[in-house]
Design a protein around this ligand. Structure first.
Ligand SMILES: [Mn+2]
Length: 316
């Protein structure tokens, strides 16, 4: 399949790279890294990156506005995304050929040219694999983007990094492409005190059921009190890993601007993606999200997750 995808990249003069809405370091890292790799190895191509820009992640690169004119006769490459409806900034139906490279469990079958490897740590790892396997040069900034995606999606190797290939990729990025981890950690992990205080609130207010479910509801009032917005929770989620008795944890955050309850969940060993797909969300097997209409839907999810935790404990 890699060969087929490389042929498509060679064939098209214009290439648009896209990823899921709510770009995170892996989505941004993989799209911009691939753009830079293509331009380095095929300097005559036009390459665009679709999607809404994310102010705290300017480091990765600048997004392009994708017009109908640009889409004409272009190849679409979708990265880090299993479902069409969450594609950001570009209309999938405008393209004759679509390539997909992803590490999520499949939701929509939307490409005949796809690499899906759910054992890979990240989309960034798959981009590195594609480049190294095909002897494509990786420019320094692309290598940095790849590094950041791997680090972020594995949460610094705490999960999804059980394979030697992930570490081998990191080794090559540091040894051969001269990536400097310390410089990049600062971009990924430096955060405002307000967010730390919100984390304190979550830790103090997380309810824990006897079945091992942790949950918190954060209202708009709470967010205002701490001077943060509903997106701040995302970077806090992973801090509840490795807690005695906690199998699954879910945080509901009121997002008044968009009229939704942002929901984010993680689990240790319990599969939760199917449940979140029922609520128009999804993600990874052990890391999911959704946008709910109300806190009463949140209560439904709490009940269902608690039951799943109970069954999971019985099976163990
Ligand atoms: Mn990813």
């Amino acid at each position: 399949m890699e060969e087929k995808i490389l042929k498509l990249i060679e064939k098209y003069n214009r290439i648009i790279i896209a990823r899921h809405v709510g770009g995170d370091p892996d989505a941004l890292g993989s799209t911009f890294a691939l753009k830079e790799i293509i331009l380095e190895n095929f300097p005559n191509k036009e390459v665009y990156v679709a999607g809404t820009s994310i102010s705290r992640f300017k480091f990765f690169g600048n997004h392009d506005k994708i017009t109908d004119e640009i889409c004409k006769d272009a190849l679409l490459i979708a990265l880090d995304i299993p479902d069409i409806k969450r594609l950001d900034g570009v209309d999938y139906y405008k393209f004759k050929d679509v390539v997909k490279i992803d590490h999520h469990p499949e939701i929509d079958k939307f490409s005949d040219n796809e690499i899906i490897d759910i054992d890979a740590s990240s989309a960034c790892e798959l981009i590195a694999r594609f480049a190294y396997n095909n002897n494509l040069k990786i420019p320094k900034h692309a290598a940095e983007n790849i590094f950041m995606g791997i680090i972020a999606d594995t949460n610094r190797f705490l999960f999804g990094a059980n394979k030697a290939e992930t570490y081998k990729t990191i080794l090559r990025l540091i040894r051969d492409e001269h990536v400097k981890p310390n410089e990049l950690y600062e971009i990924l992990y430096k955060r405002p005190m307000a967010e730390v205080r919100l984390e304190g609130f979550i830790s103090l207010n997380m309810k824990m059921t006897k079945n091992g479910l942790g949950y918190v509801k954060i209202t708009d009032e709470n967010l205002k009190e701490f001077g943060v917005d509903s997106a701040s929770v995302g970077s806090i989620m992973n801090d509840y890993n490795f807690i005695h008795g906690l199998i699954c944890w879910v945080i509901f955050t009121e997002d008044v601007k968009n009229g939704v309850i942002r929901t984010s969940a993680r689990s240790r060993g319990l599969k939760i993606n199917k449940l979140f797909e029922q609520y128009n969300g999804g993600g990874h097997v052990y890391a999911c999200g959704a946008k709910l209409n109300s806190f009463s839907e949140a209560d439904e999810i709490i009940d269902k997750l608690d039951k799943l935790c109970m069954e999971y404990k019985e099976d163990e």
